[in-house]
Design a protein around this ligand. Structure first.
Ligand code: URA
Length: 204
């Protein structure tokens, strides 16, 4: 099922179809076997801003929702600090099954899930994509190093749209690393200004 203009009331249906297709196409069968849940995403499907992490961890796998463990709590705090809540944004991951023992997602796993993430973004149609960590950043800003570009909005052409990517450190990596944590919190506080700038550009 492809998304047609003027069918936004059907967003939920299109998102459910993407989930069904992941199951039908048996994406990453080994991960599917070891995981408890397929974790598609959470939040506002009309959001202007989408956050993309790596892959579900233990808590996410158990609850079927992204970012509900310690990293999720930290993410919620930073959202609040930036005047946002989980109801204002949509949150997902590049890989949608938990990798065993919370290992990093493998290149093949990221590649296998990428077309489904592209479809999710096509349906949700955000203006801003915030990548959390290098695993999701590398697909939007290949060749860039997160240590050099974190917190800097980058305009890209994505399919037939122009969107802004904001690469941020991953909350789990920053949680127990004092200086990375401070940088991530600081970068997060740039988000309201970026959202406002883009709204003004559209004369909203
Ligand atoms: N880390 C991620 O990248 N995603 C989650 O959903 C939870 C932790």
């Amino acid at each position: 099922m492809s998304r047609k203009k003027g069918m936004d009331s059907n967003k939920q249906l299109f998102l459910e179809q993407i989930k069904a297709d992941i199951v039908k196409n048996n994406v990453c069968p080994d991960l599917a076997l070891s995981a408890k849940n397929l974790v598609m995403g959470d939040g506002n499907i009309d959001a202007e801003i989408v956050f993309i992490g790596e892959a579900p961890g233990k808590n996410e796998d158990e609850q079927g929702l992204p970012f509900v463990g310690a990293a999720g709590k930290f993410l919620n705090e930073m959202l609040l600090g930036a005047g946002l809540s989980r109801k204002d944004v949509y949150i997902t991951n590049i890989v949608k099954y938990r990798p065993p023992d919370n290992r990093d997602p493998l290149p093949d796993e990221k590649a296998a899930f990428w077309p489904y993430l592209v479809r999710q973004l096509d349906v949700i149609n955000p203006k801003i994509v915030v990548t959390l960590g290098r695993h999701s950043m590398e697909y939007f800003l290949p060749e860039k190093k997160i240590s050099q570009v974190h917190g800097q909005p980058k305009r890209i052409t994505f399919g037939d749209k122009k969107i802004v990517i904001v690469p941020l450190f991953h909350p789990a990596a920053a949680l127990y690393n004092g200086s990375m944590r401070a940088t991530l919190v600081e970068d997060f506080l740039k988000l309201p200004k970026i959202i406002k700038l883009l709204d003004n550009e559209k004369g909203e």
